[in-house]
Write a protein of this length. Structure first.
Length: 257
């Protein structure tokens, strides 16, 4: 065999091995939690406007992915325990989370939170014209979803609150139902969550929505990935986010009446 033929054979073998290694790379696992209307299950079918957008982002990035529905606590336990090749969608940027995961560019920006008030507490809650005053009232009970962040401004205000705190490990819709039967005086909620709940449950006069002028601006959401995900992959995700609309708030399609 001539030196040229030998060299050609070695290059072909290397290319074959490289292609095999690339093909053997497992897909990214992309976890999402139940949070309608962002991402949720309905009759066994995954739905949600941010879940659909996440699929578009990963498709545009040309990445092989496997979407899984997991509880919030499990998702962050996976990051803390060093899960490999693992991502999740739609999270606020917080220092304790940055310690265990890497963040994409902004994926979505929420509207400002709103307040939901139990029917029997509307008059008392509305006597407060600021968040500081509201959170200083020891006669009010604030419903808080355990393990959930309300953003970098509201979180420390809630921790310092003089309200009674009713903290429960439940989904947002369950907390709204608890509020509807008077288990708490009020709660903070994403506007999209409330619009969806109202469309689905018709709560009537049992819950009243109220806005305060000093509510912090809406918080940005991100795609987060485990530390082992290569920078090249993160770059592809970021480019796809920019190409599919940046962090615009697209809203969602409300159910037909």
């Amino acid at each position: 065999m001539t030196p040229r033929a030998l060299l050609a054979g070695l290059c072909a073998g290397a290319a074959l091995l490289g292609g095999t290694a690339s093909a053997a790379q497992p897909p990214l696992t992309v976890a999402w939690r139940d949070k309608p209307p962002y991402h949720y299950m309905e009759k066994g079918i995954p739905k949600g406007f941010l879940l659909a957008r996440a699929r578009t982002v990963f498709d545009s990035a040309g990445l092989s992915v496997r979407f899984v529905n997991e509880p919030q606590k499990r998702i962050w336990a996976n990051f803390q325990h060093g899960a490999d090749n693992y991502c999740s969608i739609s999270w606020y940027r917080l220092p304790e989370r940055e310690a265990v995961a890497q963040y994409s560019q902004p994926f979505h920006e929420d509207l400002p939170h709103t307040i939901l008030i139990a029917a029997g507490m509307v008059e008392r809650v509305k006597t407060h014209t600021s968040l500081t005053s509201l959170l200083a009232d020891p006669e009010l009970t604030l419903g808080v979803i355990e393990g959930v962040s309300y953003g970098p401004v509201l979180d420390p205000m809630i921790r310092a609150s003089k309200n009674k705190i009713m903290s429960r490990t439940v989904e947002t819709t369950q907390m709204m139902r608890m509020l509807g039967v008077g288990r708490a005086s009020y709660m903070f909620v994403d506007r999209e969550d409330w619009d969806y709940f109202r469309q689905q449950n018709q709560p009537g006069q049992s819950i009243v929505r109220h806005d305060l002028a000093d509510m912090p601006p809406g918080v940005r959401r991100y795609i987060v990935c485990s530390r082992d995900v290569p920078q090249e992959t993160m770059n592809k995700i970021n480019q796809a986010i920019a190409a599919t609309g940046g962090m615009r708030n697209p809203g969602y399609s409300k159910p037909a009446k």
